[in-house]
Design a protein around this ligand. Sequence first.
Ligand code: NAI
Ligand code: NA
Length: 395
Amino acid sequence: MIIEPRTRGFICLTSHPTGCQQNVIDQIEHIKSKRAINGAKKVLVIGASTGFGLASRITSAFGSDAATIGVFFEKPPSAGRPASPGWYNSAFFEEEAHKAGLYAKSINGDAFSKEIKRQTLDLIKADLGQVDLVIYSLASPVRTHPETGVKYKSVLKPIGSSYKNKTVDFHTGVVSDISIEPAVGDDVDNTIAVMGGEDWKMWMDALQEEGLLANGSKTVAYSYIGPALTEPVYRKGTIGRAKDHLEATAFEIGDSLKAIGGEAYVSVNKALVTQASSAIPVIPLYISLLYKVMKEKGIHEGCIEQIQRLFQDRLYSDSTPTDDQGRIRIDDWEMRDDVQAQVAELWEKATTETLPSIGDLEGYKKDFFNLFGFMVPGVDYDKDVNEMVEIAGLQ
Ligand code: NAI
Ligand code: NA
């Protein structure tokens, strides 16, 4: 079987196992090329299969020789159909970790549910005793509440008034005007229920109540701020309200963790192409301009570079510097004045005609296809992947 990308809107319906394997190997190589991090030894990553969560798992395992348990929601292969990319990423991560003599097990299912929390707690109890770092990196459009059974859907809308700006269809390169209608009804509360901090707190309470957090444990969840340009649809929109809630939850969790000398943080990360961010209107245009500017300045980073720097220079350095709201900032290079001034200038000029030269649309596209294992350098896409597709590496 030869697998080709099949896209529908901002999702890709197929994925390439060898490409996903190569992505994982490349991320591992990046971590091995840096010095060891004096980090955690037993790590739980919730949302471990793609994006920042996968990078956190790889950084822990190959930067600090940590045992890792990864929780995620991915689709296994079926009847000749490839699995979702996060499935392959996790299978090949486990393979590489085991080769390196590292403990690595994964739990595939709904992290919001009581069942998956129970399974995870039991696995920690049986195999690791305790963990000393919990990374919370879920990005989901829906959440079924474990107590009430209510299914919440998050939305990406401005609050108060409609928002008009430009966006790009990164497949065609066409820049067009869009208008997004403001949140109505329970949109804000629903988005907070899905992407706010309630579930993170539930995880941390359960872990702490059952004595599964070692003394001095840390936990980190990921947030985003971004420029004034995207504020109406991001930081001051429905998703921003959920991030406000997540950030406030860090203080609540931090208070509970004081009993064991632990700490809870939110880290504000850089805008990057992931499955989660490609679904947000306007962001792809912003990212394609941002990439251009940051690459020219030699300060571009992907998920693995971001998380490596987060662990080495912030989380496990002598002190953990935070902003005036207690947040770790690893979006510092994205938010630099010179970077933002240049992006704002390019934003004004961005049209279908100018974008190929003033923006990094190619870089955006490449990163998008890379998420699914396509366009990865060094992969022979003409090679039959029958055996790879049904890899049984994950239990
Ligand atoms: P992603 O889409 O790459 O990863 C999401 C992860 O959550 C995957 O491992 C997926 O399997 C898992 N997941 C989703 N629903 C689940 C469920 N019900 N049960 C178990 N696992 C589930 O997303 P990304 O971008 O890495 O996002 C992670 C966090 O980082 C989010 O909080 C996001 O807001 C934040 N962030 C993202 C930025 C970006 O530009 N991509 C920038 C700054 C922060
Ligand atoms: Na993630």
